[in-house]
Design a binder for this molecule. Structure first.
Ligand code: ZN
Length: 132
């Protein structure tokens, strides 16, 4: 994780991607949303080099498009690293909570062979889908 942060920092310092594009504002952005991709499946649209899992969607009044960026770029774009870091940490905590939930609940097996659990009054059944 540390290595990733360093990479994005380096990418900013080296002016990678849109950091050297004069048509793209470099500050004054606001985060509108954050998404967990579940793995390093995304690429920061600002430095265009950092692979990202948590996508910070940034909006700017002078730029039409939303940019999905990594934590460090987001912090620089909104000039508030700790705010971006808090969002990132919140998402990390949330995803580990979900994983714990999956691992801690006792799954049972139905007569048809599907895994199921009862949680908070709901019955949740995992079923295999054909055609995939
Ligand atoms: Zn970036």
């Amino acid at each position: 994780m540390k290595r990733n942060n360093l990479n994005e920092k380096e990418a900013i310092l080296k002016g990678r991607g849109k950091w050297s594009d004069p048509g793209v504002p470099h500050k004054g952005w606001n985060c509108t949303d954050i998404e967990d991709l579940g793995g390093l499946f995304g690429k920061c649209e600002m430095c265009e080099s950092q692979e990202i899992r948590y996508v910070h969607y940034m909006k700017h009044p002078d730029y039409l498009k939303l940019l999905g960026v990594g934590c460090i770029c987001a912090g620089k774009m909104e000039e508030n690293y700790s705010k971006a870091k808090l969002r990132d940490d919140f998402m990390k905590k949330r995803s580990s909570k979900r994983l714990r939930w999956i691992n801690n609940n006792r799954w049972k097996i139905s007569r048809k062979g599907n895994d199921w659990i009862e949680s908070e009054g709901y019955i949740i059944v995992m079923m295999e889908q054909n055609g995939f």
